[in-house]
Write a protein that binds this ligand. Structure first.
Ligand code: NAD
Ligand code: UDP
Length: 317
């Protein structure tokens, strides 16, 4: 499918971290955007700059309930992404992943729209193959505290591929690896925000386990570029989008501490159950098919993110 500038876009989870950056990008391109959100982890503030614009509409709705709309493309992002939030009501998280994706695929079928699913590296679980290619089927605990999210995204992927095979629906599945940047909530709970917020408050940084587990961190601007390329692509995926630079959590903590306050201490806390020990995307598929690779390294992305949280602090005081 070719990118049509007059397309009507539905962004589920559009008031959240990634969703609101996508709203900005599509609005700046002059497109029509419907932002749909139930505000579980999103905020109106993230998209308030577009309220009143005739190309923008805001709908408070829960994707676990069906909805009828006239749209051409569905960017299906609705789902809490931070472990503390998705674990706070795990049954709701499973419902959001399954029923939400089912409802959005039903809408895609009725409206003849293309659907992009924001899936996740969590479908690889605690991976035994490292780095992770799209062909790896993963190592996921089906009954643990992360399962509502991991298995939820796996069944969401399954639904997409079955709608594509049974009904010829246009889909694309992108697997997003840890992404960070401005507009993450102060109480988001994910590691980059936790460390930055703790350091700015002069508190010790909380390291879970020994900090030797790894993650690969992608800056939000790179991720949104990748997401738009995935939607414009003819392929269906799955396709990894993330930054292949890998860091231990201890390295991340040291980097953030050095940038904010080198005197701060670390406190070590127990590693949560099923916390993956390593994670790094193979992005050859994205390089080959989308001509996409991340441009912003962790140093620069952290500087932008720290600046955002510093200003947030100033504005609220
Ligand atoms: P986020 O929590 O900031 O945004 C999720 C948005 O979805 C929020 O605005 C929330 O209110 C909304 N939402 C949740 N449940 C809903 C429901 N039932 N109905 C309607 N809206 C609902 O998270 P994010 O980091 O922006 O993640 C967006 C998407 O990308 C999620 O699907 C997530 O699984 C995926 N993803 C993100 C990352 C990352 O590192 N940020 C990594 C992998 C996958
Ligand atoms: N983590 C940590 N301290 C924190 C928050 C997270 O050490 O304050 C660790 C967490 O145990 C995990 C990694 O950082 O190993 C990434 O956690 P996050 O919740 O950001 O994302 P995910 O585990 O879903 O990749």
């Amino acid at each position: 499918m070719k990118y049509k500038p007059s397309n009507r876009n539905l962004i589920t989870g559009g008031a959240g971290f990634l969703g609101s950056h996508l709203v900005d990008r599509l609005m700046e391109k002059g497109e029509e955007v419907i932002c749909l959100d139930n505000y579980f982890t999103g905020r109106k503030k993230n998209i308030e700059q577009w309220i009143g614009n005739p190309r923008f509409e805001l709908i408070r709705h829960d994707v676990t309930e069906p909805i009828t709309l006239e749209i051409d493309r569905i960017w299906h992002l609705a789902c809490p992404a931070s472990p503390i939030h998705y674990q706070s009501n795990p049954i709701k998280t499973s419902k959001t992943s399954f029923l939400g994706t089912y409802n959005m695929l039903g809408l895609a079928k009725r409206a003849n729209a293309k659907l992009l699913l924001a899936s996740t590296s969590e479908v690889y679980g605690d991976p035994e193959v490292h780095p992770q290619p799209e062909s790896y089927w993963g190592s996921v605990n089906p009954i643990g505290i992360r399962s509502c999210y991991d298995e939820g995204k796996r069944i969401a992927e399954t639904l997409c591929f079955d709608y594509q095979r049974m009904h010829g629906i246009e889909i694309c599945v992108m697997r997003i690896f840890n992404t960070y940047g401005p507009r993450m909530m102060i109480d988001d709970g994910r590691v980059v925000t936790n460390f930055i917020v703790q350091a700015l408050k002069g508190k010790s940084l909380t390291i879970y386990g020994d900090g030797k587990q790894t993650r690969s961190f992608c800056y939000v601007d790179d991720l949104i570029d990748g997401m738009i390329n995935v939607m414009n692509w003819e392929g269906i995926g799955p396709i990894n989008i993330g930054n292949p630079e890998e860091f231990t959590i201890l390295e991340l903590a040291k980097l953030i501490r050095a940038k904010i306050n080198p005197k701060l201490e670390f406190i070590f806390k127990p590693l949560p159950q099923d916390d993956p020990m390593q994670r790094r995307p193979l992005i050859q598929k994205a390089i080959k098919h989308l001509n996409w690779s991340p441009k912003i390294n962790l140093e620069k992305g952290l500087d932008e993110t720290i600046l955002y949280f510093k200003n947030l602090d100033k504005n609220s005081s």
